[in-house]
Ligand binder design. Sequence first.
Ligand code: LLP
Length: 431
Amino acid sequence: GHPFQVNKEGHLVIGGLDTVGLAKKYGTPLYVYDVSIIRENCRAFVNTFKELGVSAQVAYASKAFSSIAILQVMKQEGLSIDVVSEGELYTALKADFPTEKIHLHGNNKSIDELTLAIENNIGCIVIDNFYEIELLNRLLDEHDKNMNVLLRVTPGIQSKTHQYIMTGNEDSKFGFNLANGQAEKAFTQLDNHDRIHFKGLHCHIGSQIFETDSFTKAAEILFDELAKWHSVYNYTPEVLNFGGGFGIRYTKEDSPLPLAQYVDELVLTVKKHISHLQFPMPEIWIEPGRSIVGNAGITLYTIGSTKEIPGVRNYIAVDGGMTDNLRPALYQAKYEGVIANRADQPNTTEVSVAGKCCESGDMLIWDLPLPEVNNGDILAVFSTGAYGYSMANNYNRFSKAAVVFVENGQDKLIIKRETYDDIIRNDLSYE
Ligand code: LLP
């Protein structure tokens, strides 16, 4: 079910390299990305738009994994990026990302965030609320600048996913609701504005979505509104941004669609509506995060202690946990894994993989089929490339794990392992 090979020693291989060797060289826990998979995923989106002859921007949602190196890969692949904070924007600027391809999101953008965005002439700000319109207006005047914007609207769709990552429903902290006229009111404040160039609409309906229906429905709702704005204000959009959310495979229970299919269906729906309304074809923007980096990354751990509760369950503990992968604890997210140093052996037992944090909820995988497990074995957990490192934390004063990129048989450290001096870096004395 995972895209990685096993070599003749029976070791799991990623990007042509032996994972056991990588674990030795860099220590564990270790995040490893196969960059060729990242590039394939980028190209699946970009090329599908090209083949369909549709002008588009594929903006990598950098919240899924932000670092200088990954943003350099996105730059090489010609993607745009979305950032949702000053820290993500700062990282993009430090990666020398072309500023006109940066889009800023956020439901409570600060003066500092907006100022950094304005000073660096970023490509687009996605406006989320009325307060932001006021603030942006004032800051653009102060800096004597203009800015492209999209309006984030809430189409009121319940996508089939976990409640915490469901973002398009009516009762959401994000965006302007369409149903109660808020979006239209925002539009009238922005249309024909001197400094704010209103380009179109944005919606994001949720994350880890496995069907195209929700996207098609969102598009329909957007076009219902646009039809109204067209007849009342003679407005046609230049850009429609449908957000991210394309699902990936974590376990055998997940059956994602090919990435191209999401694009195909979206374009088809948009074309249907614009021909009906006689609009010119807008640019289509999307914001995939998980589907670009998720399945390209794995995490390597060293197995330490084990605990058997006869007739109940066997636990194995690894040298990481909710500090490097918060998703199981936060969303009951499921993962699969193998013993990397004996990846050729059949599964003969079932164990539950515990982290080492002082917290019972710190479990990475329940009831994972594995061969016989010994301490010192390397556990590889698959599909940890999205929202793994980016949600890593220092609970129990664990240091954040290192990140390695592999490509064409070469490995390269792209984020150093935190040291304990890093951990106490900002601590000040009180004696
Ligand atoms: N665009 C917007 C406006 C978003 O809010 C998000 C994700 C994305 C794009 C990217 O969605 P993706 O393609 O990655 O599904 N921490 C959670 C996911 C939170 C997603 C929040 N917004 C997790 O680990 O599942």
